[in-house]
Design a protein around this ligand. Sequence first.
Ligand code: C2E
Ligand code: CA
Ligand code: CA
Ligand code: CA
Length: 279
Amino acid sequence: AKEIGKNNYQIYSSLLNISSYKLYALERDLRKAIENNEFFLHFQPRVDASTGTIVSAEALLRWRHPEWGIVSPREFIPLAEENGLILEIGDWVFQQVCYFIKSWEQKKLSIIPISINISAQRFLKNDFIETVKKVLKETKINPKLIEFEITETTLIHHEEAVSSALQLLKEMGISIALDDFGTGYSSLTYLKQYPIDTIKIDRSFIRNISVFGKDEMIVKSIIFLAKGLQMKVVAEGVETNEQLSFLRQQECDEIQGYLFSKPVAEKEFQSLLNKTKLK
Ligand code: C2E
Ligand code: CA
Ligand code: CA
Ligand code: CA
């Protein structure tokens, strides 16, 4: 499987025909990826920072391309956002997650809440809530097992539409996480304006803990802010024990990152759940 590096890719696509062909082909193939069963999900555990037990997980989309192997979501999600396929893809992901939870219930496997990334576009379509309701009804899973991750981009537009959609989701029992916190058009107003349950501190701040004092201070402040507002706070991209001990010291609630586990397939995820502690 060839990796298609994003930067190389963009450069090549403007220089070489073969790569603009690839871009064209990727987009063409993306349209058929659902019906060809080329998508699948990985799950990345989120761990309680003080106890080390897995408390939830994020569902992350993977695409197995017939010629190029695994294509990163960092490549194809922007493409799907651009051509609108993200709507259909997003619904597929949500449906998959609900059916996974249902099957874990039926097989009496461990069940924890699952977070799903929701694109701003999907959020702003007026059939979104309807679709969510329909799948929940079909699968009869507890909506408390679902968390939607949205980014600040979702919140900058259409205040009314976003507000009412979030309110409806909350009433259904679904929780809301603000993803990549600190990287977008951060406004503290969002935190008081919208019913947000969880703040996920972006990996870019975590990466430089113990390198740059400023990043430590920012992380510390976000944790303090989240606690004051009674929101759960999660650190993304935790890779080192040094980062972990800083985050523990600051009483960050949950940790997600390669230090504990990469995103893994369902089987491996279930076996991780059956170990009581990771670290
Ligand atoms: P994200 O939502 O911020 O997801 C976290 C990304 O960070 C994942 O990349 C994950 O594998 C990676 N990650 C987690 N821990 C670490 C770590 O310790 N170190 C490093 N270097 N990386 C870590 P992934 O799976 O490649 O996804 C990339 C992005 O693609 C996601 O960023 C999200 O924006 C988007 N994406 C993935 N799946 C979906 C989906 O189902 N729907 C939508 N709309 N977007 C998705
Ligand atoms: Ca996310
Ligand atoms: Ca994130
Ligand atoms: Ca991100």
